[in-house]
Design a protein around this ligand. Structure first.
Ligand code: 1CP
Length: 344
């Protein structure tokens, strides 16, 4: 295989420094696109869209057709794992996900020991369809939520500002919380391996709420379960690259990278650039970290930020991205300006 048949996104994850960094955006398939809103309306609900392989594949491909990003990300959600574990999941229109909270022994027992992989079959079918339709030079990213972040939703039944209910549970009953984490770990390994078998080229583990844990808690609830997922994926697919994104973990990220063995690290918007370059990018390729608010605002500040990020991280293996998901009211023209600036 010549180097150039390999997607630039994978070359960066493999440790190659590219003059023009590969580019994709978290939540690139989403409400800022009129073609997404149209299909979303047709599907009736967000979950109906996730579980319909034809529509989910189409939504995954939309931003690739429009913008030519270097990677597509499977259109799904981290909360399909709780759903496959038997927990009721629905989306409150205009608000967000809702689950029946798991906060005691009885409710924990009510969800199966292992996820029902049949429930995830439509999502795996989406992967097959997308891989078949994507240009060879465009990588396909699969994903799951990290156990800690998924558990925060499973325990609270919804997104929370401080992850209080999950923290309260692990403080009150460590064993119960550990069993919940274990279930998520095992299910996530099977789920990621199924995605890889169906055609994803790399996977990302989203730990959106990693920043709410102190160092000892971070070790137990973020690092340890993530390490098990990395090992479980490696055992079956040793060459598939794994990106860890412990959002908000800042100074704990170098330890996370070393201990979990992830191949690359996502950088949130708020991280100090000098620190990220010296202490994280010295270990693994990094991905990030433009502020979604700056993208939405546009203007000369957007160009300045893109230049600053490229000059900080461009001299080493780097994937350009946002520090968190694109905001729904981001003008498409600003995304076009961003792409031009990154590829200039
Ligand atoms: O149409 C809509 O209104 C649904 C909005 C939406 C979308 C487009 C949700 C609901 N999820 C998604 C897709 C999604 N979610 C992807 C697809 C790929 C992509 O384009 O990037 C991914 C990777 C996720 C991951 C996800 N879901 C995370 C981790 C990343 C992050 O954003 O921090 C989390 C925390 C979720 C839960 C979730 N799903 C949806 C919402 C609004 C939320 C957050 C709810 C909350 O915290 O209150």
């Amino acid at each position: 295989m010549s180097t150039h048949s390999k997607p630039v996104f994978l070359r960066a994850l493999d440790g190659e420094t590219l003059v023009t960094p590969p580019l994709w955006l978290m939540r690139q398939a989403g409400r800022y696109l009129p073609e997404y809103r149209e299909l979303r309306a047709k599907a009736g609900s967000f979950l109906a869209l996730c579980y319909n392989p034809e529509m989910a594949a189409e939504v995954t491909l939309q931003p690739i057709r429009r913008f030519g990003f270097d990677a597509a990300i499977l259109f799904s959600d981290i909360l399909v794992i709780p759903q496959a574990l038997g927990q009721a999941l629905w989306f409150a229109e205009g608000e967000g996900p809702r689950l029946e909270p798991v906060a005691d022994e009885e409710r924990l027992r009510a969800i199966d020991g292992q996820a029902d992989q049949d429930k995830l079959a439509p999502i795996i079918e989406t992967v097959r369809r997308v891989r078949g339709a994507l240009p060879r030079e465009t990588a396909l990213i699969g994903f799951c939520g990290a156990p800690w972040t998924v558990a925060t939703y499973m325990v609270a039944g919804r997104g929370t500002p401080d992850q209080g209910p999950a923290k309260e549970l692990f403080t009150r009953d460590q064993d119960l919380f550990q069993r919940l984490i274990d279930r998520i770990v095992v299910s996530s390994i099977d789920y990621l391996n199924a995605q890889i078998k169906a055609g994803v080229d790399a996977v990302q583990i989203f730990d959106s709420w990693a920043g709410s844990l102190g160092p000892a808690e971070f070790e137990r609830w973020c690092i340890a379960p993530t390490k098990r997922i990395v090992e479980g994926v490696r055992a079956r697919h040793p060459r598939t690259r794994i990106i860890g994104f412990p959002r908000g973990a800042g100074a704990l990220i170098p330890g996370y990278v070393t201990a979990t063995g992830v191949d690359a690290a996502g950088l949130e918007t708020d991280i100090d650039r000098g620190f990220a370059r010296d202490a994280i990018q010295s270990l693994v390729p990094v991905q990030g970290h433009l502020d979604p608010l700056i993208l939405r605002a546009g203007g000369p500040e957007l160009e300045r930020e893109v230049a600053a990020i490229r000059s900080a991280f461009g001299p080493k293996p780097f994937v350009f991205n946002l520090g968190h998901g694109i905001l729904p009211d981001t003008p498409i023209a600003h995304v076009e300006r961003l792409i031009a600036a990154v590829r200039a």
